[in-house]
Ligand binder design. Structure first.
Ligand code: G16
Length: 546
């Protein structure tokens, strides 16, 4: 059995590759200007079919989104059967397939992959797909549907949903009717699963004040309203801001988690009232940050590091109360983690912590190695994983006291509350809300655990970001030659200084991160490093300046 080459060529000719463009599967799939992605999304449909066949017909997910990026961008990524990111060895296939110059070359590339992976092409492929609210979404969805039709895929269209919801649906579809059943693969099933776990954990406690949610004018806005409707309880009293998904030019502009984290200020449309509680999603609701304003007008950010320490502390304490021996909670971070958060995890919480490269796919794999792995990027993207050994240990506990029984029950309920397939702003928000409600904490009390070192994240646009190569979990540059020495000499000038440079995998830019003991030093260091990048590596546009 082989492909119907003629059919693939016919559909492929409808979705031609732009001749001069090279596509690369980056941090979170392919991302670039949406209008140029038709051929890539079409071809991802073909590859998703092969991936499904290679997994014995399990459902593979395809999500069309560019998450935090500008509205004109779009992207596509594949989701593996348990809702996790595509296995990394297949990313190279994605790149090969996306860059085949002609339709005939495309068929050859697909045949080569089928041979290499020994794929049984008689298996019926199954794919689930969805998109976010971007204007290029319908065109790209049509291209994807061409790819699915070319290989006779049994396809399920989940419409306009958040990225984590699609990951959840894929896992549900592949576990239906098994002991590992993850839930109903519908929006209502998602809302019921997470909503019910939340109510199980908080009922009987004091109700919190209203939570203001900035939805980045993205798909999280309608979805979180549906979640609130399903929960229908004073424990989840929300007001959604930046919920306009209809007007062009609004998605992620001046709002959303990326804007709030990068600029360290509230989003448009939100004036902070002391004592009130706020959080932001990004454009496809896979990132979450919290914040508040104090009575002196100062802005306080509770980012992914703060979420991770809150969650790790809570889990560590529950495990201790449950009296489960050898059940280790660990934390995975990236180089963007604030230095004081890392010290707090190691020195105060006394929990193991490891560093991974940027991209939740890298953190996820590290977290899988831990019993209970808490992983969050500083930008608010992350989740918690309970590995099979943790689940076995939880099952084996025979509680001897009511306190122990309660802690065990809470650990089970937390596992139901957490979207283990991927970082999920809505599920993470319910998790944070649960912990705050159970502790009776305000955001200011949560923030007291440790004080962030001043940090700054800058973007530098250069002629060719592919000349930047890194090592050491992306904290050290190996190219362009000599640039790391300059960064090192700048860092040495500032007490508690730390800085690194890496090419973005989702945007056409190089990222510069810096932290130091004072705000003044941190900003000087960040702009000095960004200036050096601009000068030595072909900066474009305006030279970064304070
Ligand atoms: C994606 C990834 C994140 C990553 C971010 C920025 O986020 O899922 O893991 O931190 O891109 O990556 P980079 O610095 O390589 O551009 P999102 O929210 O855009 O999907």
């Amino acid at each position: 059995m082989s492909f119907d080459a003629e059919k693939i060529i016919e559909y492929s000719n409808k979705n031609p590759k732009p001749a001069s463009t090279t596509f690369a599967y980056g941090t979170a799939g392919f991302r670039t200007v949406g209008d140029t992605l038709g051929s890539t999304v079409f071809r991802c449909g073909l590859l998703a079919a092969l991936r499904s066949q290679s997994k014995n017909g399990q459902v593979i997910g395809v999500m069309i989104t560019a998450s935090h990026n500008h509205e004109r961008d779009n992207g596509v990524k594949l989701v593996d059967p348990m809702g996790e990111m595509l296995q990394q060895s297949w990313e190279a296939y994605c790149t090969d397939v996306a860059n085949a110059q002609t339709s005939e070359e495309l068929v050859e590339t697909l045949s080569h992959i089928a041979q290499e992976e020994r794929i049984d092409l008689t298996i019926k492929p199954r794919v689930a797909y969805a998109r976010d609210t971007r204007p290029s979404g319908p065109m790209l969805q049509a291209a994807l549907e061409d790819g699915l039709a070319a290989l006779d895929v049994e396809a399920s269209n989940f419409g306009i949903v958040t990225t984590p919801q699609l990951h959840y649906f894929v896992r549900c579809l592949n576990t239906q009717g098994t002991a590992a059943s993850y839930g109903e693969p519908t929006e209502a099933g998602y809302n019921a699963k997470y909503g019910q776990a939340f109510l199980r954990l908080v009922s009987g406690r004091e109700t919190p004040s209203k939570l203001f949610i900035d939805a980045a004018n993205g798909v999280g806005a309608p979805q979180v309203l549906k979640l609130a409707q399903a929960i229908n309880s004073p424990y989840f009293d929300i007001e959604v801001r930046n919920s306009d998904t209809q007007t062009l030019g609004k998605l992620n502009i001046g709002c959303g988690a990326d804007h709030v984290k990068s600029n360290q200020r509230p989003p448009a449309g939100v004036s902070l009232v002391p004592g009130s509680r706020y959080c932001s999603f990004d454009g496809d609701a896979d990132r979450l940050v919290y914040y508040y304003g104090d009575e002196h007008g100062a802005f306080h950010l509770l980012d992914g590091d703060k979420i991770s320490t809150l969650v790790a502390t809570y889990l560590r304490d529950l495990v201790a109360t449950a009296g489960i021996e050898d059940l280790q909670v660990g934390v995975v971070q990236t180089a963007y983690a604030n230095g004081n958060s890392t010290s707090y995890i190691k020195d105060t919480l006394k929990l193991p912590t490891v560093f991974a490269k940027t991209g939740v796919k890298h953190l996820h794999h590290e977290a899988e190695k831990m019993n209970i792995g808490v992983y969050f990027e500083a930008n608010g993207h992350g989740t918690v994983l309970f590995n099979p050994s943790a689940v076995a240990k939880l099952r084996a506990v025979v509680p001897e006291t009511p306190a122990q029984a309660d802690a065990v029950e809470r650990l089970w309920a937390l596992r139901d509350l957490i979207n283990e397939s991927v970082g999920d702003a809505m599920s993470d928000m319910l998790l944070v809300e649960t912990i705050l409600i159970c502790k009776g904490w305000t955001l200011a009390q949560w923030n007291e655990a440790y004080t962030d070192l001043p940090s700054r994240l800058l973007k530098v646009v250069v002629n060719d970001r592919t000349i930047f190569k890194t090592t050491n979990a992306e904290q050290t540059l190996t190219a362009p030659h000599g640039l790391q020495d300059i960064v090192d000499s700048l860092v040495a000038k500032f007490p508690r200084g730390r800085s690194f440079v890496r090419p973005s995998g989702t945007e056409d830019a190089v990222r510069v991160y810096a932290e130091a003991a004072t705000r003044r030093d941190c900003d000087q260091l960040a702009y000095a490093v960004a200036g050096a990048v601009f000068d030595k590596a072909g900066g474009r546009g305006e030279r970064p300046a304070e």
